[in-house]
Design a protein around this ligand. Structure first.
Ligand SMILES: [Zn+2]
Length: 237
């Protein structure tokens, strides 16, 4: 009985096609995005967006067991996101460009310093009359098993909630399986800003695998790309 209907050449061609389709789909559909991206850019270009890299200076934020500092991760991702947004003709303001906080240099009380630092970040956004405020942070939990990006908004903020939900959808889509949903969070920078605002916790530094990823330039680019796609989608809706 004859089982094989294909010549060796046909089988090879079939394997090649399967591989090509697999590689294509394996990108998570990124090849489809430029079309929607171009449409969305019309909605986002000309906007003023504040990117707020969490912590800085004497405040490292969370620190992973291996020594990855939240302040470094947030700044690197913020700069990647700035680059993507500038290419889409967005006017971007980073609340900090380097490793420092925004409190008065004379302030020695740490709690006061933190408060001044956060108020200054809000002030930058208000002075710029920004359209949107995105704060970038990384999460930490006593148990090392939690992972995944999560976005927060100020309860009852309407547009802020819509923004956070849109960003969360794209973070899950681009960074892999994650059951987390956008949640309300009572954070000073979300509470005190008057424009739509969201805080992205890009992952857990308490999770060794995720901490290692967050320290990698390539993964930082992926996170920035996910947030960027979320912003395009937000302005398209
Ligand atoms: Zn933080």
């Amino acid at each position: 009985m004859r089982i094989w209907f294909f010549s060796g050449r046909q089988v090879l061609w079939w394997i090649f096609t399967c591989l090509a389709v697999g590689i294509f789909l394996g990108t998570g559909g990124d090849y489809f995005l430029p079309v929607s991206g171009n449409l969305s850019r019309e909605g986002i270009s000309g906007r003023t967006i504040i990117i707020d890299p969490g912590h800085g200076g004497i405040d490292p934020g969370a620190v992973s067991a291996s020594g990855v500092l939240e302040k470094d991760v947030t700044l690197a991702i913020s700069k990647e996101l700035e680059h993507l947004l500038q290419r889409a003709a967005v006017y971007v303001v980073l609340t900090r460009q380097g490793d420092y906080d925004l409190a008065d240099s004379s302030e020695t009380n740490l709690l006061q310093r933190k408060r001044q630092d956060l108020d200054k970040r809000v002030q930058i956004a208000e002075d710029a009359q920004a359209d949107l405020y995105i704060s970038i942070h990384a999460n930490y939990f006593p148990s090392p098993r939690w992972s995944g990006a999560q976005t927060f908004y100020y309860e009852g903020s309407g547009e802020g909630e819509h923004l956070a939900r849109t960003l969360q959808t794209e973070l899950v889509r681009h960074l892999g399986p994650n059951n987390r949903l956008a949640r309300p969070g009572d954070f000073r920078v979300l509470r005190n800003t008057t424009m739509p605002a969201a805080m992205v916790e890009v992952g857990f530094l308490s999770n060794p695998r995720e901490a290692a990823l967050l320290a990698e330039a390539e993964y930082q680019r992926q996170v920035a790309q996910a947030i960027f796609q979320g912003l395009l989608r937000y302005y398209r809706n």
